[in-house]
Ligand binder design. Structure first.
Ligand SMILES: *Cc1c(COP(=O)(O)O)cnc(C)c1O
Length: 352
């Protein structure tokens, strides 16, 4: 095993999708957000499993991600792109049958000129100030845009991961204000909004992180386990130091192990000091700095040298690891590098 092995449980991803689907009424469609290579888990594996589970609508960020997904899933499911219709996207959107979520006036103009008969959706801004038509822009173009028959009107909540945040109710009210009475399917909720309750669901929810086992969906089945091979085990005397800048000094004779992953594999330097990894059931502290491809752990208390250690697992998940690095599960998952061998449980092959 030359590199770490990322075990990805597609059955857990599928079960999480179904559980989130059950939170909304049958008339509300549950889509899946699979941008950024399905949050680093591998879209060519994740999307076919979700399709087999019944998912028929997928959201990606870019038109190019949409093209890859279309090649993976074939013609049936609807694919939406959050970046909308960017300069240079026209042929890809057309070829891959991807629905751009138009989020600015120049995009609206570009789309209606370049692909007048190609389906599109509209993204409205309800408070996040990131993407989406602003209130006055929407007022100016709503009539024209609606005449062109958008297939979806969506917005995104700024603080849905924090149930007590006052922003969600205000943003919900704004979404109603902007869209009530129009005859177009509406979508507001990602994972957090799906958990906030039925008034946030509208016609379609589009969870991402909850599918992959991350907060705010605390009840999610964990979907990733990461095992790392040990390259070398050795003794060090009291007073010897470990790693770049010699930041850790052995207080007594110790046995150490060097493990095959580092910050280039998404294991941020900020994880140490303070991170424990697991040798079977036994926690072992990371000592010294995490370097690009390697980290060193203290195994003095083990009966024998481990061959592998586990850094992500069911009982120490992405959010715990993220918190240790001062970030969130989303960043931890999407940062897990390309060097790991990926092993999938529950893989389905989709013939297209
Ligand atoms: C990423 C994203 C989602 C999915 O969000 P999660 O919090 O991962 O469920 C939904 N909508 C938009 C606009 C997004 O950018």
């Amino acid at each position: 095993m030359p590199t770490g092995t990322l075990h990805i449980d597609l059955e857990a991803v599928a079960a999480n999708w179904s559980a989130l689907d059950r939170l909304s009424a049958p008339a509300c469609e549950t889509a899946a957000t699979v941008k950024a290579d399905a949050y680093g888990l591998g879209v060519t594996q994740v999307a076919p499993r979700l399709f087999a589970q019944g998912c028929r609508a997928f959201f990606v960020a870019t038109a190019d991600e949409g093209l890859e997904l279309r090649r993976t899933l074939g013609p049936e499911p609807r694919i939406y792109a959050y970046y909308g219709h960017m300069p240079g996207d026209t042929l890809t959107l057309q070829r891959a049958d991807v629905v751009p979520l138009i989020c600015s006036l120049p995009q609206l103009e570009r789309h209606l000129e370049a692909l007048p008969r190609h389906p599109f959706g509209l993204a409205l801004d309800v408070g996040m100030n990131r993407l989406g038509l602003k209130r006055d822009e929407w007022a100016a173009v709503a009539e024209l845009a609606l005449r062109a028959r958008p297939v979806l009107v969506m917005a995104h909540l700024s603080s849905a991961d924090t149930p007590d945040a006052p922003h969600s109710a205000a943003e919900l009210a704004r979404f109603h204000d902007l869209t009530d009475g129009i005859d177009v399917p509406r979508s507001l909720a990602a994972t957090g909004g799906t958990l906030l309750g039925p008034e946030y669901h509208f016609d379609m929810t589009r969870p991402g992180i909850g599918l992959y086992g991350g907060l705010p969906y605390a009840a999610a089945d964990p979907a990733v386990t990461l095992d790392l091979p040990v390259i070398a085990c050795f003794d060090a005397a009291a007073g010897e130091t470990v790693g770049y800048n010699a930041t850790w000094t052995a207080a007594s004779p110790v046995r150490l192990a060097t493990v095959a992953a580092g910050y280039a594999d998404g294991l941020h330097r900020a994880l140490a000091p303070g991170l424990d990894v697991m040798a079977g059931p036994v926690p072992c502290p990371v000592v010294g700095r995490i370097s690009m491809d390697l980290m060193t752990i203290d195994i003095s208390h083990l009966d024998r040298d481990p061959e592998t250690i586990r850094i992500l697992g069911p009982n120490h998940g992405v959010d715990a690891l993220a918190a240790q690095a001062g970030t969130i599960g989303y960043e931890m998952l999407t940062g897990l590098g390309r060097r790991y061998a990926r092993q999938y449980r529950g893989s389905v092959s989709k013939k297209v």
